[in-house]
Design a protein around this ligand. Structure first.
Ligand SMILES: *[C@@H]1O[C@H](CO)[C@@H](O)[C@H](O)[C@H]1NC(C)=O
Ligand SMILES: *[C@@H]1O[C@H](CO)[C@@H](O)[C@H](O)[C@H]1NC(C)=O
Ligand SMILES: *[C@@H]1O[C@H](CO)[C@@H](O)[C@H](O)[C@H]1NC(C)=O
Length: 556
């Protein structure tokens, strides 16, 4: 037995040309799975720091940083260089600031961005094209488009001055009609759309005033990267600082203001907490609940700048916005956290990952990195058992780090660069160029017996309200009440907020036994584009807590 495993390890070591792969795989083999998840190093360096990440429908992750910190650790191929007289660091720069990471083959290639993408926002259009909006300096009004391809030819296309306002720290949301709304940004109390309603490039594109953003700004501007989430009634939930509203963007109208989050502490940048729209379930009366976790006290930023690092917030607030008179229900995380990323896992639970115990976002203002992710059980069987602390990572992920969910159920994390340039020594938190994956407990072998494998899905798309059939195999199927089919919209994650992220639990019509270990589930497509805007989603079959691998489907 021992000889066999030694031979297998040896075979893997000699067959993989890439050193990082060897490290990652030998770690996989040597450590046993625990029920608290597992960490794996994918790359010690991808050459850039993953400030922004988005999984695309061709199963590749587009990753980018900013351009104005001098050279990265990755040379552009073919002797190409970026010539940008307006760049604040390098006018001629032969290094890459973006990469495309292929999940299946675990390889990446450099991409070319032309102007500064620092602290920007993004969304994927219904046809799968990724649109990045804004940034800093010469990039602040530009958009950049990336059409995913199945070969190695695609790269960024850049459109100058498409945006009518500078968008630095703004938030995007894909809309039911397939447009993208771009909300706020530094000193921007307004929103605009892509595509814009005016196609005439010589006339200014319309932008719409949003007083709520002006009202919620304070001496630290604790309302940047507002949490914008599309509600099933078609209005937007917007949370900024301590306040939140339901907003009708079509008529530029406040529908409702919700109570302030208890405690009076801000939750947006630089007091960065995070937020999700909890799974929308088509098997019940449609309810929408928001969950916001972590952040930092209002005075934390200025204290951190002066060298005093205050304890981060340990509370989460949950608000059922579809109630007549919604009220926040507060819960306590086991660990206080600022700059935590919140991602919805295929099971519908929420992982809170990355960040720090002390300080705030914004450069080197965080201290005591929290290495352990926490899972928030969305519908725990025991209400006193809401959170579970996961296995610890080995690398701090403080400011400018990010996390996204992959189709195989892992969470990939990267980035962390609280320094102004790429700095690898002489500082407490050096620039981190690595990429790591966290495997939540549901990926451990004890779940293999109930884990479904999707074999076949009817058609290429999911029509609104239309029946579709998912054929899967599974060793142990208990009952239809333990089975669900879920859509996850992949997020654009930066600065601890996963834009456009949402989960829709499809209406389950029935489960039919075919033969052997084969079954099929009949489900209805999402009822409306307000519940699930058109576009690409990962479809998961979840059986008794074990998710299948996700399959890309197009909702339209
Ligand atoms: C960052 O790098 C740029 C270009 O190499 C340099 O001009 C600048 O002084 C550096 N800034 C800091 C804070 O080290
Ligand atoms: C990045 O490049 C610098 C300069 O060549 C080097 O000192 C550093 O070790 C590299 N860092 C990583 C993580 O590859
Ligand atoms: C998707 O739509 C956008 C905007 O109309 C267009 O620029 C892009 O080329 C389209 N992408 C694909 C893959 O067709």
């Amino acid at each position: 037995m021992r000889t066999t495993s030694v031979i297998i390890i040896f075979w893997i070591l000699v067959s993989y040309p890439n050193f990082q792969n060897k490290v990652a795989l030998s770690q996989t083999l040597s450590s046993a799975f625990s029920s608290h998840g597992e960490w794996h190093l994918l790359y010690a360096s991808i050459g850039i720091s993953a400030m922004h990440m988005q999984v695309l429908s061709n199963n590749k992750v587009i990753i980018f940083d900013r351009t104005d910190f001098g050279p990265s650790n990755l040379t552009l191929p073919g002797g190409r260089c970026r010539v940008d007289p307006l760049d604040t660091a390098l006018k001629v720069d032969c290094t890459a600031h973006s990469v495309l990471y292929n999940i299946a083959s675990n390889v990446f290639r450099p991409l070319m961005v032309h102007t500064d993408t620092w602290c920007s926002s993004g969304s994927v259009l219904p046809n799968g094209t990724f649109v990045q909006t804004g940034g800093f300096n010469d990039g602040e009004r530009n958009i950049r488009v990336f059409n995913p391809c199945f070969d190695e030819t695609c790269d960024w296309l850049e459109f100058h001055n498409y945006l009518s306002e500078r968008r630095w720290y703004s938030t995007n949301q894909i809309l039911p009609d397939g447009r993208i709304i771009i909300v706020g940004g530094r000193r921007q109390f307004n929103y605009e759309f892509f595509p814009s309603s005016s196609d005439n490039p010589s006339s200014p594109r319309p932008t719409f005033f949003l007083s709520f953003l002006q009202e919620t700004t304070d001496s630290n501007e604790n309302n940047l990267y507002p949490f914008v989430l599309l509600l099933p009634d078609g209005n937007l939930f917007i949370f900024a600082n301590t306040r939140s509203i339901s907003f009708d963007y079509k008529r530029n109208l406040f529908v409702k203001e919700f109570p302030r989050i208890p405690g009076g502490d801000p939750r947006n940048y630089p007091s960065t907490g995070s937020a999700v729209l909890l799974p929308l379930d088509e098997n019940k009366d449609m309810e929408a609940e928001i969950l916001i976790c972590g952040g930092a006290p209002q005075v934390s930023f200025w204290n951190a700048v002066k060298g005093t690092f205050m304890l981060a917030l340990s509370t989460c607030g949950r608000l059922k916005v579809t109630d007549q008179n919604p009220n926040w229900v507060m819960e306590n995380m086991p660990i206080p956290r600022v700059m935590g990323d919140m991602l919805i896992l295929p099971t519908g639970d929420v992982i809170i990952i990355n960040g720090a115990r002390l300080g705030t976002a914004g450069w080197d203002n965080g201290r005591e990195p929290v290495l352990t992710p926490v899972i928030y059980w969305s519908s725990p069987r025991d209400p006193n058992w809401r959170f579970t602390v996961m296995a610890a990572a080995s690398r701090p992920r403080v400011y400018h780090s990010s996390a996204v969910l992959l189709t195989d159920g892992r969470v990939v994390v990267g980035g962390s660069n609280p320094q102004m340039n790429y700095t690898f020594s002489g500082v407490e938190y050096p620039t981190d160029l690595s990429l790591e994956a966290f495997s939540p407990p549901y990926l451990s072998p004890e779940f293999d017996i109930t884990r479904p494998t999707i074999m076949y899905f009817t058609g290429d798309f999911v029509g609104y309200g239309e029946y579709c059939y998912v054929t899967f195999t599974v060793r142990k199927f208990v009952s239809a009440s333990e089975l669900s089919v879920r859509l996850v919209a992949p997020s654009f994650t930066t600065h601890s907020f996963a834009m456009n992220q949402r989960m829709v639990v499809l209406k389950l019509i029935g489960v039919t036994y075919v033969r052997g270990e084969t079954y099929y589930a009949t489900v209805a497509g999402p009822s409306t584009p307000e519940i699930a805007p058109p576009g690409y989603y990962m479809l998961f079959v979840v059986n008794s807590g074990a998710p299948s691998s996700g399959l890309w489907v197009k909702v339209h």
